[in-house]
Design a protein around this ligand. Structure first.
Ligand SMILES: CC(C)(COP(=O)(O)OP(=O)(O)OC[C@H]1O[C@@H](n2cnc3c(N)ncnc32)[C@H](O)[C@@H]1OP(=O)(O)O)[C@@H](O)C(=O)NCCC(=O)NCCS
Length: 203
């Protein structure tokens, strides 16, 4: 394990303990805009989605036995999340569980059309509410930049309204290389105008 500021950063499958459950709690709090349709009960969301983290693709920043932040980095070919219908239906009910499997798979397991080589895809960065603003997400990303053997790193489709995330990525040296406009209808519904993609080439 490496010490990054106040946090120990390790791959999630090596961190042991309750990491999956704690990651699901961070996910429920940080990605709620995708989830409220399925349930407004945080415990239900935690139980329904805890199965989906592919732990060897994730890194966690630990403060003792607490997961302060997490993030994934894939080779642009594998997925960091794998949604399964059975646990989604068990906790969300048959209809919403099936909808979650269908809709969220499209959002969260989007394959790269032409996956770039020597490139890590940084995905699903999230910090527990009580650890926000303390460098936990930065520790996770810096660990990935230091330890993973990619020449380039990309972060796909960050909402232009997500100022904390964009500031975080830019502070660590990522720059915008692409932006996609949402349709006027999608923009009205979500308040998001563009999805921004960022990249960083390792020196
Ligand atoms: C975005 C997020 C991961 C940041 O995590 P964090 O651990 O609080 O970030 P850090 O403490 O490492 O912050 C590093 C830098 O990010 C920027 N930043 C972080 N939070 C910010 C905020 N609320 N407003 C503006 N800038 C912010 C700042 O530049 C900060 O540097 P500074 O502390 O020197 O000002 C966190 O807010 C979160 O979990 N959000 C919900 C999930 C999400 O949107 N994930 C990103 C999906 S693309």
């Amino acid at each position: 394990m490496k010490h990054s500021g106040a946090f120990e950063v390790d791959r999630a499958d090596r961190a042991g303990g309750e990491v999956r459950h704690q990651m699901a709690e961070i996910f429920a709090d940080g990605f709620s805009q995708w989830l409220t349709y399925f349930s407004r009960d945080r415990d239900v969301i935690v139980n329904a989605f805890a199965h989906m983290f592919v732990l060897d693709q994730f890194y966690v920043a630990l403060a003792g036995d607490r997961v302060a932040a997490f993030g994934a980095c894939t080779d642009c070919r594998s997925f960091s999340l794998e949604l399964q219908s059975a646990p989604l239906r068990r906790y969300l009910g048959w209809f919403k569980g099936s909808m979650a499997a269908l809709i969220l798979k499209r959002e969260f397991q989007k394959p790269f059309v032409d996956p770039p080589s020597e490139t890590g895809s940084v995905e699903f960065i999230g910090t527990a509410l009580s650890f926000r603003g303390q460098g936990a997400a930065s520790a996770v990303i810096l660990h990935m930049l230091d330890h993973l053997p990619y020449r380039n790193f990309i972060i796909e489709e960050v909402a232009d309204t997500n100022i904390p995330a964009i500031r975080l990525y830019e502070k660590l040296g990522f720059t915008e290389y692409k932006r996609k406009s949402l349709s006027p209808k999608q923009a009205r519904r979500s308040g998001i105008n563009h999805m921004v993609s960022l990249c960083l080439e390792k020196a």
